[in-house]
Design a protein around this ligand. Structure first.
Ligand SMILES: [Fe+2]
Ligand SMILES: [Fe+2]
Length: 142
């Protein structure tokens, strides 16, 4: 019962980011299983909190590298991160008030956002990081 598979087209080639994406996807898979198996609200809360925390941690890692390497699309990329984090936070608040429940629609939204963001934004960003790292190794000034 794997919701998201780790496939070649989402590999960025930048190890730290790829390893975090694997962990991030594994938490989302865990959330899917908890929902499918009808686990208790406490367990779903725990996994949802973990997904939220890990999302913040992962985005902060990417943003740190973007600053370090002077990534020209930082503002646009961070804007997507902030938007996504706000959506998760908003869902969690509505869920706490009993106005929303975890659904397949929400799971699909999270999955589609994550895959689409990795393919359209992270891969381009990581290619830039790898290029910058190559320049550093060759002794060029950043
Ligand atoms: Fe990103
Ligand atoms: Fe990412």
């Amino acid at each position: 019962m794997t919701f998201i598979e780790w496939v070649d087209r989402i590999v960025t080639g930048f190890d730290e980011v790829d390893n975090q994406h694997k962990k991030w996807i594994s938490i989302l898979n865990e959330l899917y299983v908890a929902m499918k198996l009808g686990k208790s609200q406490e367990i779903i809360d725990k996994v949802l909190n973990e997904f939220h925390s890990y999302t913040i941690y992962h985005f902060s890692t990417e943003e740190r590298y973007m600053k370090k390497y002077g990534y020209p699309k930082f503002v646009e990329h961070k804007g997507q991160h902030d938007n996504f984090t706000a959506k998760i936070k908003d869902f969690m608040k509505r869920r706490a008030r009993g106005e929303a429940t975890l659904s397949i629609e929400l799971m699909n939204f999270l999955k589609d956002w994550l895959i689409n963001h990795i393919i359209t934004k992270d891969k381009e960003m990581c290619a830039f990081f790898l290029q910058k790292m190559g320049d550093t190794e060759k002794g060029k000034v950043l």
